[in-house]
Design a protein around this ligand. Structure first.
Ligand code: ATP
Ligand code: NCN
Length: 215
């Protein structure tokens, strides 16, 4: 495939409370399947649907865990939403598109997020702004396929065999990616280690912004 003059960038938004090998595994598999140059992990200052949850570690700890998990991979863990002052994904995507006109973005999410997608602010507008790649996740795929968002997006589904051509798709467009199922979840990790954020690895004094801003 001839290389384009744009940087093909996957966006995986998440709480990363903490980051885990499931995030890394699906991101690396998506990079391959979609022919991405890199992926950005957008470590959320606060998922609007999880506001007030007592088990949310500080952004600095979540960002530190994401940076560790992203090491030696074409993955950049960033708190760019904090820098932009955005909380809702629609605002983040519009701001990133304005700020990085030479990049093409695709939104990545697990099937659990697709099942809830119709609760996100302006979710149809998100689907009109960027293509969406949904990664199958054990225990969530049936709900995602039967969900409100999928009902609206069904006619916009593209075959996984065409996934590398996502920059040419008219929007909305959604592709379902099925990799080796990974049952890892942050919920399970928090249950087995509620104090994970206290570990010295995650008690970073660094400012919650990337040392090298994405270009
Ligand atoms: N094992 C996995 N398989 C597929 N997608 C995943 C997996 N783990 C996380 N994701 C996706 O990564 C993104 C960020 O996930 P998040 O940081 O919320 O982790 P999580 O494990 O889902 O956390 P929690 O259990 O606290 O809800 C979401 O789109 C989520 O669907
Ligand atoms: O924009 C919204 O209304 C919205 C509602 C819920 C979740 N999100 C985003 O979805 C991403 C996944 O969040 P989480 O907590 O499930 O990892 C993260 O980037 C959140 O900001 C966005």
């Amino acid at each position: 495939m001839a290389r384009e003059a744009v940087t093909r960038t996957g966006l995986l938004g998440g709480s990363f409370n903490p980051a885990h090998r499931g995030h890394r595994g699906i991101t690396l598999a998506a990079i391959r399947a979609l022919g991405l140059d890199e992926a950005w992990w957008l470590v959320s200052p606060g998922n609007p649907l999880k506001a007030g949850r007592g088990d949310m570690a500080p952004l600095t700890a979540r960002l530190a865990s994401a940076r560790r998990m992203a090491r030696r991979a074409p993955i950049r863990a960033t708190a760019v939403e904090q820098r932009l002052g955005t909380r809702y994904t629609i605002d983040t995507i519009r701001a990133l598109k304005r700020r990085y006109p030479k990049r093409r973005f695709i939104w990545l999410m697990g099937a659990d997020n697709l099942a809830e997608f119709h609760r996100w602010r302006d979710w149809r507008s998100i689907a009109r702004e960027v293509p969406i790649a949904v990664v199958a996740r054990p225990g969530y795929d049936d709900d995602a396929l039967a969900g409100v968002a999928m009902g609206w997006l069904r006619r916009s589904v593209r075959p996984a065999s065409q996934a590398r051509f996502w920059t040419r798709w008219s929007l909305p467009a959604l592709v379902l990616l099925r990799f080796r199922p990974d049952p890892t979840s942050a919920t399970l990790l928090r249950q087995s280690n509620p104090n994970w954020a206290e570990h010295p690895w995650h008690r970073s004094d660094a400012a919650p912004d990337e040392p090298r801003p994405p270009s």
